[in-house]
Design a protein around this ligand. Structure first.
Ligand code: NAD
Length: 473
């Protein structure tokens, strides 16, 4: 898509210029001003949540309304309440230690806003992934420009209207459009760019940001594994996995991508996951609580991958497959023995299709994880401390939920982000406040400046002082 006119480009640049100018004029907002901005965001969410959920459902061709409420609106409101409760302590200067050499003096870190933050949003959680970074940006005293996804056009237009009603454009603004707009957006000299999306586009974003030395937070994707311990009850594992995998029809950045299970348990686990899917969603096709694939292209990609795996001899268990297809959905599906060259084993799946890979030893499971890019999330289901410790100490991932799935992302007091190919930097709560602040170092000299002893001309005082300072332990 390349529909961007020079006038549209100028308009985005002008909005950025207005935010910068307003920032220079108004300076650092105090706590009251930040709380007032957060209250306006809260009002948008509470007053317009139904309209937002309806818009997203229309964009997806059916997005379960409770999923928008539980997984998007509620966490965004929680983020605001958490920030409100802790803002005073986050903003407080942080006293630091001053070495004897430099006494008498004091030192502290002052967290300053960076200025204007760019926020790029994907389609899969369009509320949460716009509002959560916005909350962190405003709590830290910044202004922000948001670019939502072109794949959620109704929601994006609504967001633009709602933000436009609640904020002057020199404080928060929404820019809509496709990849060409996104590209121009990422070339603006933001003070920080927080991008959520795919690893491939993340690379382009970092390149564009490098031109301006704009620091980036990249919230990317990848293949997040679940390791099922031999000790863990199969029915419990199925419930944990089905929840994480089938809500939002698997279109969740931290959804379990594949499962590593003890060989003897693979069949029972596959059956149990499908049984659990049937319990959660008695039907998939006609069920408004079961979300559709965002576009036909996304649906076809996975339908083709399932067919290819089956043709190559994989075993496929699925629930309500035909009715789901007719409704633009993919029914919950488990695949055993998918070939290595199949898309399901190579790419982030991003849908309700779950390969199970058998392992004979925990070492094999760990080797499978470490043979791939570092994942955004990792799940270990085991009540055996030795198993958990082995998995935790020999793998690296952005975050972890033990004995469950997804829940680490909902913790306001934990940093959320990836590592390696799954992302750079993290946000949420205090970590988001700090990510979008500048930690300014301040050193205040006391009533004597110790440099007076050490500065030229180098005489007796210098000799005594350096002798003492070098000899001391
Ligand atoms: P995407 O990378 O295709 O698009 C994301 C955003 O980038 C959109 O707003 C798009 O307009 C914009 N964009 C497109 N081309 C661009 C360019 N050249 N320069 C700058 N921006 C550009 O991702 P998507 O398909 O919308 O989302 C799915 C991906 O996002 C998955 O990989 C998923 O794992 C990841 N994701 C990560 C998180 C997280 O928090 N880590 C959360 C949700 C989704």
């Amino acid at each position: 898509m390349n529909d961007m006119t020079p006038a549209a480009r100028d308009e985005i640049a002008a909005t950025f210029g207005r935010q910068r100018d307003a920032w220079n004029r108004a300076g650092i907002p105090d706590r009251q001003a930040r709380l007032a901005s957060l209250a306006r965001v809260e009002r948008i969410l509470t007053e317009h949540r139904a309209a937002m959920a309806a818009a997203i459902s229309a964009d997806f061709g059916n997005r379960a309304i409770p999923e928008t409420m539980l997984l998007e609106v509620l966490p965004s409101l929680n983020a605001i309440r958490h920030a409100r409760r802790h803002l005073r302590s986050w903003m407080r200067p942080e006293r630091r230690h001053v070495a004897l050499t430099f006494q008498p003096a004091s030192a502290w870190v002052q967290y300053q806003p960076l200025g204007v933050i760019g926020i790029v949003v994907p389609w899969n959680y369009p509320v949460m992934l716009a509002f959560s970074p916005l909350v962190d940006a405003l709590a830290a005293g910044n202004r922000a420009m948001i670019k939502p996804s072109e794949l959620t056009p109704r929601f994006s237009a609504l967001l633009q209207t709602l933000i436009g009603e609640a904020f002057p454009p020199d404080e928060v603004a929404v820019v809509t459009g496709g990849p060409d707009v996104a590209e121009a957006f990422c070339r603006l000299p933001f003070d920080h760019l927080l991008f959520t999306g795919s690893t491939n586009v993340g690379r382009k974003v970092m390149l564009a940001a490098a031109e301006n030395l704009t620091p980036v937070t990249l919230e990317l994707g990848g293949k997040s594994p679940v390791v099922v311990g031999a000790d863990y009850p199969v029915a419990r594992a199925a419930r944990d996995i089905a929840f994480g995998k089938f809500i939002n029809a698997g279109q969740t950045c931290i959804a379990p991508d594949y499962v590593l299970a003890p060989r003897a348990q693979v069949d029972a686990l596959a059956e149990a996951i499908i049984t659990e899917a049937r319990r959660m969603f008695p039907t998939a096709g006609s069920n408004v609580d079961y979300t559709a694939m965002v576009t036909e292209r996304h649906r076809r990609r996975l339908a083709d991958a399932i067919a290819a795996a089956q043709a190559a001899g994989a075993r496929v268990l699925s629930h309500d497959a035909e009715a789901a297809t007719a409704a633009g959905k993919i029914g919950p599906t488990v695949v055993i023995d998918a070939p290595r060259d199949n898309l399901l084993m190579r790419e982030e799946i991003f849908g309700p299709v779950l390969p199970i890979i058998p392992y004979d030893t925990l070492d094999q499971a760990i080797a499978e994880i470490n043979g791939r890019d570092r994942p955004l999330a990792l799940y270990c289901l085991s009540r055996d401390d030795a198993t958990t410790e082995t998995v935790m100490s020999r793998t690296i991932s952005g975050g972890v939920t033990l004995n469950g799935t997804l829940l680490h992302v909902a913790q306001d007091d934990l940093p959320f982000g990836g590592v390696g190919a799954s992302g750079i930097g993290s946000y949420h709560g205090r970590d988001g406040f700090r990510r979008l602040s500048h930690a300014r170092a301040v050193h205040k000299v006391g009533f004597i400046n110790p440099l007076d002893l050490l500065a030229p001309p180098y005489g007796k005082l210098y000799q005594l002082a350096t002798k003492f300072l070098i000899a001391r332990r």
